[in-house]
Write a protein that binds this ligand. Sequence first.
Ligand code: NDP
Ligand code: ZN
Length: 353
Amino acid sequence: MKGFAMLKIGEAGWIEKEKPVAGPYDAIVAPLALAPCTSDIHTVYEGAIGERSNLILGHEAIGRIVEIGKKVKDFKPGDRVVVPAITPEWRTLPVQLGVPAQHSEGMLTGWKFSNDKDGVFAEYFHVNDADMNLALLPDGITLEQAAMMPDMMTTGFHGAEMAQVQIGADVCVIGIGPVGLMAVAGAELRGAGRIFAVGSRPNCVALAREYGATDIINYKNGDIVAQVLDATKGLGVDHVIVAGGPPQTLAQAVDMVKPGGVIGNINYFGVGDTLPIPRLGWGCGMAHKSVHGGLCPGGRGRMERMISIVRHGRVDPGKLVTHRFTGLEGVEAGLALMKDKPADVIKPVALLE
Ligand code: NDP
Ligand code: ZN
């Protein structure tokens, strides 16, 4: 079969591989919609997961099941499914005792696609523990909407969950690419009062307003901490979600959150051995400011909740899609867009049906 792969750090291209085989609990899926991600760019061009050779890329997919293992109960060939980016091994003791995305087999090991096995940018891909990881895609949800569930929705919402956004509270979302935009929508869903959104690109700013942002802060117009403090009479905000920018954004989050406030980080920090926590901003360690950082939750239950949110009209993630390509080949053009990030790109998809 054909797949679009990381050939080595800095280089991606088309390769031929054997079609994957399903174990007793697994499924083989053919993609219907695929979405390239900023994380694929970190993987190929920044060496985020180290050197890999001929590793098929991609972790955001909607697909049709073509084959199931003998022990799969709830799915059959032909079913249309949402495939989460994170697919833990649910039948392991560490999962029972810890955070599934993390403890499947060690830190970050719930993330399998395009990490420790081939990803989804291929004619077929393998899904472990199909009953626990796949969710049936109901009619009435478009492939474009659905393609935002495996990562963008669940990750952005997790930012709002980790920041513990409370009803009526003030929130700042730093970074409003597709992940940050879903964090804005997540903060709105959790009942935030005022929502600051930090970004600069006009289409992201417009969409942030649609998803619930009340105030826009442009980081190119000066220090964002000063801008947020100015707008809040020096008080700062109750919750910060970090969803973009360099490591300095974590320091800014600590500086702008109120004492007792909570920060949820979903940003990937790709440089340096340590991350900055400002001593005074953190009350010399005594300000009760907490920082949580996490990987997007995966699994069937989480995807069924994403489906419910879209099905009941709470959030329309389809608005993130700015560029559409046809066929599997479309992932190459989509990935190039994610690499170059022209101002009008929020999220590309490749549609195979
Ligand atoms: P984008 O590149 O599309 O968005 C980044 C955002 O950060 C943009 O709004 C950009 O503003 C803003 N930004 C850039 N520099 C600064 C700065 N100095 N200060 C404040 N804001 C800044 O990325 P994505 O939305 O696709 O992804 C966001 C992050 O989430 C990435 O690091 C990605 O790897 C990570 N991620 C994490 C996952 C997880 O499981 N935790 C899963 C998926 C992604 P502008 O408007 O100017 O472009
Ligand atoms: Zn992704």
